[in-house]
Write a protein that binds this ligand. Sequence first.
Ligand SMILES: NC(=O)c1ccc[n+]([C@@H]2O[C@H](COP(=O)([O-])OP(=O)(O)OC[C@H]3O[C@@H](n4cnc5c(N)ncnc54)[C@H](OP(=O)(O)O)[C@@H]3O)[C@@H](O)[C@H]2O)c1
Length: 344
Amino acid sequence: MRYVRLGWSGTKVSQLCVGTWHLPPSRELDEHGVLKVDVDEAVKAMRRAYDLGVNFIDTANRYHGIMQPVDLDHVGNSERVVGRFLATVDRESVVLATKVRGQMAPWPNGEGLSRKHVMWQVRESLRRLGTDHIDLYQLHWPDPETPKIETLRALQDLVRMGLVHYTGISNHPAHDVVEFLELADRIGADRFVTMQEKYNVLEREIEVDGRLDVARRYGLAILVYSPLAQGVLTGKYYDFKEGRWVVPELSRASLVPDLQRRYFNERTAAALRAMKEVADSKGITLAQLALAWVIKRSEQLGVTLIPITSFSRASQVDEAVEAINVSLKDDDVKAIDEALASRA
Ligand SMILES: NC(=O)c1ccc[n+]([C@@H]2O[C@H](COP(=O)([O-])OP(=O)(O)OC[C@H]3O[C@@H](n4cnc5c(N)ncnc54)[C@H](OP(=O)(O)O)[C@@H]3O)[C@@H](O)[C@H]2O)c1
C-alpha cells in the first residue's frame, strides 16, 4: 500500500479510501420494505481492505448503505456498520471520516450547519460509530442559511475538545471554499484539510470550475468520490460484443434506476471502448484502469487525489487495491481523452 499526506497535515492515509454510501445488499427486506445491508459481508469487505493496508474509511451521518435517497427511518445505518468494523481493529490504526449537513430529524434544526445541529450530530455520529473521536469531519454540502463563521467556530470548538482532528468540505463551489479558508485564517481556526468532490473519466467539472485550483493553492487533498462513476466504468453494464446496455441483478443500477438515465449513453460507451483497449493492453481490468486514472491525474495536476470507492462484495476489494500499483502513461490518458472528445 502507498500512503499519502492528508492534505497539508502530517497524517498519512492510504492512496485508496473505502466508501460506505453503498454497502453489500442482502436479499432481505426490513420492516419498512427496504432492502437490508448484508452487514457481515460489509464488515468482511472493510476488513479485507484494512488487511491489505487501507487505513482510510469515509462515511456520512445520512448514509443507509443501500437506500437512495434515504428517509429518516434509515439514516445513520452506514455509520453503525462502520462501528461494527471499527470494533474489530485498533481504532488508532484507522483514519475515520464522516460528514454532517443533511436532514437527520423532521424538526427545524434537524439539518444544516448551525452550531446547534453540528454539535448534536457529532455526538450522534460518535455514538453510532462507537468511538470517541472522528479524524476528519466534513461539511457534506452547503447550508446557505447558516453564516460560515458560525459553522467554522463550531468546528474549531470540536477540534479543541478533541472530538475531531481535522475538518473538510464537500460539494461547495470554489468561491465558498476560499471564503471559509480565508475566514478560518482571520479567526485563528484550522483550515480544512480536504475537499470531497466527484471526479472520474466522465465527470470532470472540478478541472474547470476552480475547485482543483483552490485545492492546489491551499494545500488541500481532494477525496475523489464516484471514481468508477458508481460502477459504470467497470464496464459491467456494457456488452462490448453486442454494443448494448445490460443491468446485472442486485447491481447499483438495478437498485438506483437514475443511474441508467445519467450514464447509459453513447459518450459513456465511447469512453468504455477506449478504456477497454488501454486496459487490455496492460492486462488490467476496467475498474483498475478507472482508479489508476485518478492517481495518474493526481500526478499530472499536482494535487493529491485520493479515490474513495465502495464495495458490494469483499471480492471487489483486491481488484481495487491492485490498481494502486498500476502506472499509466500520459499517452493512456490521452487515448481516453481523444475518444471522449470525439463524442463531445
Ligand atoms: N461527498 C459526497 O457527496 C459523496 C457522494 C457520493 C459518494 N461519496 C463517497 O464516495 C464513496 C464512493 O462513491 P461511489 O460509491 O459512487 O464510488 P464508485 O467507486 O464510483 O462506485 C462503487 C460501486 O461500483 C461497483 N463496483 C466496485 N468495484 C467493482 C468491481 N470490481 N466490479 C464491478 N463493480 C464494482 C459497486 O457497485 P455494485 O453494487 O453495482 O456492485 C460499488 O458500490 C461513497 O461510498 C461515499 O463514501 C460522497
